[in-house]
Design a protein around this ligand. Structure first.
Ligand code: ADP
Length: 212
């Protein structure tokens, strides 16, 4: 399992894990953005909270994860951006017990607020498939088109500075306590996420290989 930091340049660490190890990844943020684009009741109900940088209610998020696990979780899983609160983490433990699936790894990417601000101010995301990259990458700055599906690469509305400030407050109060939660379970590994994506991914891969 991965506790993800914001996108690191050319695809998130979670996307890189899926490519390298073939472990399926899910991210509640990506699911909810898609639901909003499709205009579903769930997408519309949660859009305002996301737009303001708040956290979506635990019950909704846990329901999404449970559904996803039932459909895709038979051969391992990576969660990106889940859990983000202690109640979510406790619910996940109960779900995994029911599925008789042990949690092998919680990777905590330590990223400074400076790094988060720098990455998010230049982050671009594909509206169609969710591929994440950076406008600092010259090829995308001049032609903001997704290399995977030709969708438009755009800035996320919740990446605006004022919204980011609220997201960081939510992280500090509600998500930070999960470091101790997973440390007590004996699965927490911390990685310095301020380095470039390849250096971070070398460490992430090493942890996954050790756990295998
Ligand atoms: P990032 O990749 O920048 O961390 P995400 O795509 O993971 O952003 O999340 C975007 C938004 O979706 C969050 O700010 C929050 O509103 C909502 N969200 C995503 N995951 C969760 C979660 N586990 N619990 C509550 N809200 C969530």
């Amino acid at each position: 399992m991965l506790l993800g930091a914001p996108g690191s340049g050319k695809g998130t660490q979670a996307e890189m894990i899926t490519r390298q190890f073939g472990i399926p990844v899910t991210s509640p943020g990506a699911i909810l953005r898609r639901e909003k684009d499709l205009g579903t009741a769930l997408g519309l109900k949660t859009a305002e909270t996301i737009q303001h940088g708040g956290l979506v209610p635990d019950k909704i998020i846990v329901g999404l994860i449970e559904d996803w696990l039932r459909l895709h979780g038979g051969h391992g899983f990576v969660f990106d951006g889940f859990p983000r609160t202690t109640p979510q983490a406790k619910s996940l433990q109960q779900i995994l017990q029911r599925h008789r699936t042990p949690l092998e790894l919680a990777i905590w990417l330590d990223v400074s607020e400076q790094t988060v601000g720098d990455r998010i101010s230049s982050r671009l995301q594909c509206r169609s498939c969710g591929f994440t990259t950076s406008a600092t990458s010259a090829v995308f700055a001049s032609r903001p088109i997704c290399p995977y599906c030709d969708g438009p690469l755009v800035r996320r509305m919740d990446d605006e500075a004022a919204v980011l400030k609220h997201r960081l407050e939510e992280f500090n109060t509600k998500t930070q306590p999960l470091a101790d939660f997973y440390k007590e379970l004996g699965v927490l590994r911390r990685i310095d996420g301020n380095r470039d994506r390849e250096a971070v991914f070398d460490d992430v891969s090493g942890l996954i290989e050790q756990a295998a």
